[in-house]
Design a protein around this ligand. Sequence first.
Ligand code: BT5
Length: 323
Amino acid sequence: MTNRDKILNLLIDGSEDWVSGEHISNLLGISRTAVWKNINILKEMGYSIDSSSKLGHKLISSHNVLNKREIQSKITTDILGCEIVYFEETDSTNIRAFEMAVSGAPQGTIVVADSQTMGKGRLSRKWFTDPGKGLALSMILRPGVQPLFAPRLTLLTAVALSKVLDRLGIGDYEIKWPNDILLKGKKVSGILSEMKADIDSIEFVIIGLGINLNTNSADLPEEIRYIACSLKEELGREISRAQFLAHFLESFEFLYLQFLSGDFSGILEQWIKKSKIINKKIKVTILEKEIFGTVSGVNEDGNLILITEQGEFIVNSGDINYI
Ligand code: BT5
Protein backbone atom coordinates (compact mmCIF):
# COMPACT_ATOMS: atom_id res chain seq x y z
CA MET A 1 0.00 0.00 0.00
CA THR A 2 1.37 3.43 -0.93
CA ASN A 3 1.64 6.30 1.55
CA ARG A 4 -1.19 7.99 -0.40
CA ASP A 5 -3.46 4.98 0.18
CA LYS A 6 -2.52 4.92 3.87
CA ILE A 7 -3.32 8.64 4.23
CA LEU A 8 -6.65 8.10 2.48
CA ASN A 9 -7.46 5.25 4.85
CA LEU A 10 -6.68 7.46 7.85
CA LEU A 11 -9.02 10.15 6.50
CA ILE A 12 -11.75 7.57 5.82
CA ASP A 13 -11.32 6.12 9.34
CA GLY A 14 -11.43 9.66 10.76
CA SER A 15 -14.81 9.94 9.02
CA GLU A 16 -16.03 13.50 9.70
CA ASP A 17 -13.16 14.47 12.00
CA TRP A 18 -10.02 16.43 11.36
CA VAL A 19 -6.85 14.34 11.19
CA SER A 20 -3.77 16.38 11.96
CA GLY A 21 -0.81 16.47 9.61
CA GLU A 22 1.47 15.78 12.57
CA HIS A 23 -0.46 12.62 13.46
CA ILE A 24 -0.24 11.34 9.87
CA SER A 25 3.44 12.21 9.60
CA ASN A 26 4.29 10.45 12.89
CA LEU A 27 2.22 7.38 12.10
CA LEU A 28 3.65 6.87 8.62
CA GLY A 29 7.18 8.10 9.40
CA ILE A 30 7.13 10.68 6.60
CA SER A 31 7.65 14.46 6.59
CA ARG A 32 4.80 16.98 6.87
CA THR A 33 5.70 18.15 3.34
CA ALA A 34 5.23 14.61 2.05
CA VAL A 35 1.82 14.51 3.76
CA TRP A 36 0.79 17.79 2.04
CA LYS A 37 2.00 16.54 -1.35
CA ASN A 38 -0.04 13.37 -1.04
CA ILE A 39 -3.11 15.27 0.16
CA ASN A 40 -2.84 17.52 -2.91
CA ILE A 41 -2.64 14.49 -5.20
CA LEU A 42 -5.76 13.04 -3.53
CA LYS A 43 -7.54 16.35 -4.17
CA GLU A 44 -6.49 16.21 -7.81
CA MET A 45 -7.89 12.68 -7.97
CA GLY A 46 -11.32 14.08 -7.03
CA TYR A 47 -11.41 13.55 -3.24
CA SER A 48 -12.89 16.61 -1.63
CA ILE A 49 -10.68 17.30 1.39
CA ASP A 50 -10.72 20.35 3.63
CA SER A 51 -7.28 21.39 4.86
CA SER A 52 -6.44 23.77 7.66
CA SER A 53 -2.93 24.60 8.88
CA LYS A 54 -4.23 24.47 12.47
CA LEU A 55 -6.57 21.47 12.37
CA GLY A 56 -5.19 19.20 9.68
CA HIS A 57 -7.26 17.47 7.01
CA LYS A 58 -10.84 16.24 6.77
CA LEU A 59 -12.41 14.11 4.06
CA ILE A 60 -15.59 15.82 2.89
CA SER A 61 -16.64 13.60 0.03
CA SER A 62 -15.40 11.09 -2.49
CA HIS A 63 -18.44 11.45 -4.78
CA ASN A 64 -16.50 12.41 -7.86
CA VAL A 65 -13.73 9.87 -7.39
CA LEU A 66 -13.71 7.01 -9.80
CA ASN A 67 -10.82 4.62 -9.69
CA LYS A 68 -10.28 0.89 -9.28
CA ARG A 69 -10.04 1.10 -5.51
CA GLU A 70 -13.27 3.11 -5.11
CA ILE A 71 -15.11 0.78 -7.53
CA GLN A 72 -13.81 -2.36 -5.81
CA SER A 73 -14.85 -1.06 -2.41
CA LYS A 74 -18.44 -0.53 -3.58
CA ILE A 75 -19.37 -3.40 -5.89
CA THR A 76 -21.35 -6.35 -4.60
CA THR A 77 -21.82 -8.38 -7.80
CA ASP A 78 -20.48 -11.88 -8.47
CA ILE A 79 -20.08 -11.88 -12.25
CA LEU A 80 -19.85 -8.24 -13.22
CA GLY A 81 -16.65 -6.61 -12.09
CA CYS A 82 -14.83 -9.94 -11.71
CA GLU A 83 -12.10 -7.99 -13.49
CA ILE A 84 -11.97 -4.22 -13.42
CA VAL A 85 -9.94 -2.28 -15.95
CA TYR A 86 -9.77 1.44 -15.25
CA PHE A 87 -8.35 4.16 -17.49
CA GLU A 88 -7.97 7.81 -16.58
CA GLU A 89 -8.23 8.41 -20.30
CA THR A 90 -8.76 6.11 -23.23
CA ASP A 91 -10.13 6.31 -26.77
CA SER A 92 -13.35 4.38 -26.07
CA THR A 93 -14.15 1.84 -23.38
CA ASN A 94 -16.09 -0.15 -26.01
CA ILE A 95 -13.00 -0.33 -28.24
CA ARG A 96 -10.84 -1.40 -25.26
CA ALA A 97 -13.40 -3.98 -24.09
CA PHE A 98 -13.79 -5.39 -27.61
CA GLU A 99 -10.03 -5.90 -27.89
CA MET A 100 -9.87 -7.51 -24.47
CA ALA A 101 -12.77 -9.81 -25.31
CA VAL A 102 -11.03 -10.89 -28.54
CA SER A 103 -7.97 -11.75 -26.41
CA GLY A 104 -10.12 -13.90 -24.11
CA ALA A 105 -11.07 -11.60 -21.23
CA PRO A 106 -13.72 -13.34 -19.09
CA GLN A 107 -17.42 -12.56 -18.99
CA GLY A 108 -18.06 -9.87 -16.41
CA THR A 109 -14.91 -7.86 -17.13
CA ILE A 110 -15.75 -4.18 -16.86
CA VAL A 111 -13.86 -1.34 -18.47
CA VAL A 112 -14.31 2.09 -16.96
CA ALA A 113 -12.79 5.40 -18.02
CA ASP A 114 -12.77 8.85 -16.51
CA SER A 115 -12.46 10.35 -19.94
CA GLN A 116 -12.76 9.15 -23.53
CA THR A 117 -11.17 10.80 -26.54
CA MET A 118 -13.27 8.87 -29.08
CA GLY A 119 -16.40 7.85 -27.17
CA LYS A 120 -18.70 6.11 -29.64
CA GLY A 121 -22.42 6.40 -30.23
CA ARG A 122 -24.34 4.40 -32.82
CA LEU A 123 -23.72 4.84 -36.56
CA SER A 124 -20.29 6.46 -36.01
CA ARG A 125 -21.81 9.22 -33.90
CA LYS A 126 -19.84 10.59 -30.97
CA TRP A 127 -20.45 10.26 -27.25
CA PHE A 128 -18.96 12.93 -25.01
CA THR A 129 -17.79 11.88 -21.54
CA ASP A 130 -17.31 14.71 -19.09
CA PRO A 131 -14.03 14.01 -17.23
CA GLY A 132 -14.42 13.78 -13.47
CA LYS A 133 -18.21 13.97 -13.72
CA GLY A 134 -19.66 11.41 -16.12
CA LEU A 135 -19.48 7.64 -16.33
CA ALA A 136 -18.22 5.58 -19.25
CA LEU A 137 -18.58 1.86 -18.75
CA SER A 138 -18.28 -1.18 -21.00
CA MET A 139 -19.09 -4.73 -19.93
CA ILE A 140 -17.96 -7.95 -21.58
CA LEU A 141 -20.73 -10.57 -21.71
CA ARG A 142 -20.60 -14.08 -23.08
CA PRO A 143 -24.25 -15.09 -22.93
CA GLY A 144 -23.90 -18.14 -25.21
CA VAL A 145 -27.18 -17.47 -27.02
CA GLN A 146 -28.08 -16.99 -30.69
CA PRO A 147 -27.27 -13.56 -32.18
CA LEU A 148 -30.95 -12.81 -32.72
CA PHE A 149 -31.34 -12.47 -28.95
CA ALA A 150 -28.62 -9.79 -28.64
CA PRO A 151 -30.95 -6.74 -28.99
CA ARG A 152 -32.69 -7.91 -25.83
CA LEU A 153 -29.53 -7.05 -23.92
CA THR A 154 -29.85 -3.38 -24.92
CA LEU A 155 -33.41 -3.31 -23.57
CA LEU A 156 -32.27 -5.11 -20.44
CA THR A 157 -29.55 -2.48 -19.90
CA ALA A 158 -32.10 0.33 -20.11
CA VAL A 159 -34.29 -1.46 -17.56
CA ALA A 160 -31.28 -1.96 -15.24
CA LEU A 161 -30.55 1.74 -15.49
CA SER A 162 -34.17 2.61 -14.80
CA LYS A 163 -33.95 0.63 -11.53
CA VAL A 164 -31.06 2.82 -10.37
CA LEU A 165 -32.99 5.96 -11.30
CA ASP A 166 -35.97 4.65 -9.31
CA ARG A 167 -33.67 4.00 -6.37
CA LEU A 168 -32.38 7.59 -6.55
CA GLY A 169 -35.96 8.84 -6.52
CA ILE A 170 -35.93 10.20 -10.07
CA GLY A 171 -39.47 9.73 -11.28
CA ASP A 172 -39.68 11.81 -14.40
CA TYR A 173 -37.65 9.83 -16.92
CA GLU A 174 -38.45 7.81 -19.97
CA ILE A 175 -36.68 5.15 -21.98
CA LYS A 176 -36.55 6.31 -25.59
CA TRP A 177 -36.31 3.50 -28.10
CA PRO A 178 -33.92 1.98 -28.68
CA ASN A 179 -31.28 3.09 -26.25
CA ASP A 180 -31.65 6.52 -24.67
CA ILE A 181 -32.77 7.63 -21.25
CA LEU A 182 -34.41 11.03 -21.29
CA LEU A 183 -35.20 13.32 -18.38
CA LYS A 184 -37.90 15.80 -19.33
CA GLY A 185 -37.07 15.30 -22.98
CA LYS A 186 -33.29 15.71 -22.58
CA LYS A 187 -30.78 12.91 -22.99
CA VAL A 188 -28.96 11.81 -19.85
CA SER A 189 -27.67 8.44 -21.01
CA GLY A 190 -27.00 6.31 -24.09
CA ILE A 191 -26.26 2.63 -24.61
CA LEU A 192 -24.14 1.11 -27.35
CA SER A 193 -24.20 -2.67 -27.81
CA GLU A 194 -21.70 -4.37 -30.09
CA MET A 195 -21.01 -8.03 -30.62
CA LYS A 196 -18.86 -10.66 -32.25
CA ALA A 197 -20.84 -13.62 -33.44
CA ASP A 198 -21.20 -16.26 -36.10
CA ILE A 199 -24.54 -17.39 -37.50
CA ASP A 200 -25.26 -19.81 -34.64
CA SER A 201 -23.94 -18.15 -31.56
CA ILE A 202 -22.59 -15.03 -29.96
CA GLU A 203 -18.93 -15.08 -29.05
CA PHE A 204 -19.29 -11.98 -26.91
CA VAL A 205 -21.33 -8.82 -26.50
CA ILE A 206 -19.96 -5.49 -25.36
CA ILE A 207 -22.50 -3.31 -23.63
CA GLY A 208 -21.38 0.31 -23.39
CA LEU A 209 -23.13 2.78 -21.14
CA GLY A 210 -22.50 6.50 -21.04
CA ILE A 211 -24.27 8.65 -18.47
CA ASN A 212 -24.04 12.24 -17.32
CA LEU A 213 -23.90 12.03 -13.53
CA ASN A 214 -22.45 15.18 -11.97
CA THR A 215 -22.11 17.05 -15.25
CA ASN A 216 -23.14 20.69 -15.64
CA SER A 217 -24.72 20.80 -19.07
CA ALA A 218 -23.26 24.29 -19.56
CA ASP A 219 -19.83 22.59 -19.65
CA LEU A 220 -20.84 20.22 -22.45
CA PRO A 221 -19.86 20.91 -26.07
CA GLU A 222 -22.12 23.45 -27.76
CA GLU A 223 -23.79 20.93 -30.08
CA ILE A 224 -25.22 18.84 -27.22
CA ARG A 225 -25.53 21.46 -24.45
CA TYR A 226 -29.24 22.04 -25.05
CA ILE A 227 -30.28 18.46 -25.72
CA ALA A 228 -28.42 16.90 -22.77
CA CYS A 229 -28.85 16.94 -19.00
CA SER A 230 -27.40 15.26 -15.94
CA LEU A 231 -28.63 13.44 -12.86
CA LYS A 232 -27.08 16.11 -10.65
CA GLU A 233 -29.13 18.79 -12.36
CA GLU A 234 -32.28 16.75 -11.85
CA LEU A 235 -31.57 15.83 -8.22
CA GLY A 236 -29.99 19.11 -7.17
CA ARG A 237 -27.08 17.27 -5.57
CA GLU A 238 -24.00 15.32 -6.60
CA ILE A 239 -24.03 11.56 -6.53
CA SER A 240 -21.18 9.14 -5.96
CA ARG A 241 -19.97 7.89 -9.34
CA ALA A 242 -18.57 4.65 -7.89
CA GLN A 243 -21.74 3.99 -5.89
CA PHE A 244 -23.88 4.63 -8.94
CA LEU A 245 -21.78 2.18 -10.91
CA ALA A 246 -22.10 -0.43 -8.16
CA HIS A 247 -25.88 -0.06 -8.04
CA PHE A 248 -26.11 -0.29 -11.82
CA LEU A 249 -24.03 -3.49 -11.90
CA GLU A 250 -26.22 -4.98 -9.17
CA SER A 251 -29.43 -4.28 -11.14
CA PHE A 252 -27.88 -5.42 -14.38
CA GLU A 253 -26.60 -8.71 -12.94
CA PHE A 254 -29.99 -9.55 -11.46
CA LEU A 255 -31.74 -9.00 -14.81
CA TYR A 256 -28.97 -10.69 -16.79
CA LEU A 257 -29.34 -13.88 -14.75
CA GLN A 258 -33.09 -13.72 -15.40
CA PHE A 259 -32.38 -13.33 -19.15
CA LEU A 260 -29.94 -16.28 -19.10
CA SER A 261 -32.59 -18.43 -17.44
CA GLY A 262 -34.76 -17.81 -20.51
CA ASP A 263 -37.19 -15.42 -18.87
CA PHE A 264 -37.34 -12.19 -20.85
CA SER A 265 -41.03 -11.35 -20.87
CA GLY A 266 -40.95 -9.70 -17.41
CA ILE A 267 -38.00 -7.54 -18.45
CA LEU A 268 -39.76 -6.49 -21.66
CA GLU A 269 -42.86 -5.62 -19.70
CA GLN A 270 -40.83 -3.30 -17.48
CA TRP A 271 -39.18 -1.76 -20.54
CA ILE A 272 -42.55 -1.05 -22.16
CA LYS A 273 -43.85 0.50 -18.95
CA LYS A 274 -40.91 2.89 -18.70
CA SER A 275 -40.81 3.76 -22.40
CA LYS A 276 -44.34 5.14 -22.68
CA ILE A 277 -44.07 4.50 -26.42
CA ILE A 278 -47.21 2.46 -27.03
CA ASN A 279 -49.83 4.40 -29.02
CA LYS A 280 -47.39 7.24 -29.73
CA LYS A 281 -47.24 8.72 -33.23
CA ILE A 282 -43.66 8.69 -34.42
CA LYS A 283 -41.34 9.35 -37.30
CA VAL A 284 -38.63 6.71 -37.76
CA THR A 285 -35.48 7.63 -39.64
CA ILE A 286 -33.62 4.62 -41.02
CA LEU A 287 -30.53 5.95 -42.74
CA GLU A 288 -32.04 8.21 -45.47
CA LYS A 289 -35.58 6.81 -45.24
CA GLU A 290 -38.44 8.21 -43.11
CA ILE A 291 -41.47 6.23 -42.00
CA PHE A 292 -44.50 7.62 -40.14
CA GLY A 293 -46.87 5.63 -38.01
CA THR A 294 -48.29 4.78 -34.60
CA VAL A 295 -46.57 2.30 -32.30
CA SER A 296 -48.87 -0.58 -31.48
CA GLY A 297 -46.36 -2.66 -29.56
CA VAL A 298 -42.81 -3.87 -29.02
CA ASN A 299 -42.02 -7.48 -29.84
CA GLU A 300 -39.81 -9.89 -27.84
CA ASP A 301 -36.75 -8.82 -29.84
CA GLY A 302 -37.25 -5.19 -28.95
CA ASN A 303 -38.48 -4.25 -32.42
CA LEU A 304 -41.21 -1.64 -32.75
CA ILE A 305 -44.49 -2.68 -34.31
CA LEU A 306 -45.61 0.33 -36.30
CA ILE A 307 -49.00 0.83 -37.90
CA THR A 308 -48.47 2.91 -41.04
CA GLU A 309 -50.84 3.91 -43.85
CA GLN A 310 -49.35 1.04 -45.83
CA GLY A 311 -49.94 -1.48 -43.06
CA GLU A 312 -47.88 -3.01 -40.25
CA PHE A 313 -44.16 -2.37 -40.28
CA ILE A 314 -41.51 -3.88 -37.99
CA VAL A 315 -38.75 -1.45 -37.06
CA ASN A 316 -35.54 -3.05 -35.83
CA SER A 317 -33.17 -0.10 -36.13
CA GLY A 318 -33.22 3.64 -36.64
CA ASP A 319 -33.91 6.85 -34.74
CA ILE A 320 -37.34 7.95 -33.66
CA ASN A 321 -39.01 11.30 -33.09
CA TYR A 322 -42.38 11.84 -31.50
CA ILE A 323 -44.78 13.78 -33.74
C1 BT5 B 1 -25.65 6.52 -27.93
O1 BT5 B 1 -25.55 6.61 -29.29
O2 BT5 B 1 -26.36 7.17 -27.23
C2 BT5 B 1 -24.70 5.49 -27.32
C3 BT5 B 1 -23.71 6.12 -26.40
C4 BT5 B 1 -22.85 5.09 -25.73
C5 BT5 B 1 -21.70 5.71 -25.02
C6 BT5 B 1 -20.93 4.70 -24.21
S1 BT5 B 1 -19.79 5.47 -23.15
C7 BT5 B 1 -19.07 3.96 -22.77
C8 BT5 B 1 -19.00 3.18 -24.06
N1 BT5 B 1 -17.79 3.51 -24.80
C9 BT5 B 1 -18.06 4.12 -25.96
O3 BT5 B 1 -17.21 4.49 -26.79
N2 BT5 B 1 -19.41 4.24 -26.09
C10 BT5 B 1 -20.13 3.68 -24.99
P1 BT5 B 1 -26.56 7.44 -30.20
O4 BT5 B 1 -27.96 7.00 -29.94
O5 BT5 B 1 -26.03 7.32 -31.57
O6 BT5 B 1 -26.44 8.92 -29.69
C11 BT5 B 1 -25.33 9.72 -29.96
C12 BT5 B 1 -25.79 11.16 -29.83
O7 BT5 B 1 -25.99 11.50 -28.44
C13 BT5 B 1 -24.76 12.18 -30.31
O8 BT5 B 1 -24.85 12.38 -31.71
C14 BT5 B 1 -25.13 13.43 -29.51
O9 BT5 B 1 -26.22 14.10 -30.13
C15 BT5 B 1 -25.66 12.85 -28.20
N3 BT5 B 1 -24.64 12.92 -27.13
C16 BT5 B 1 -23.31 12.73 -27.19
N4 BT5 B 1 -22.75 12.83 -25.98
C17 BT5 B 1 -23.76 13.08 -25.12
C18 BT5 B 1 -23.82 13.29 -23.71
N5 BT5 B 1 -22.75 13.26 -22.92
N6 BT5 B 1 -25.05 13.53 -23.18
C19 BT5 B 1 -26.17 13.57 -23.92
N7 BT5 B 1 -26.17 13.37 -25.26
C20 BT5 B 1 -24.97 13.13 -25.85
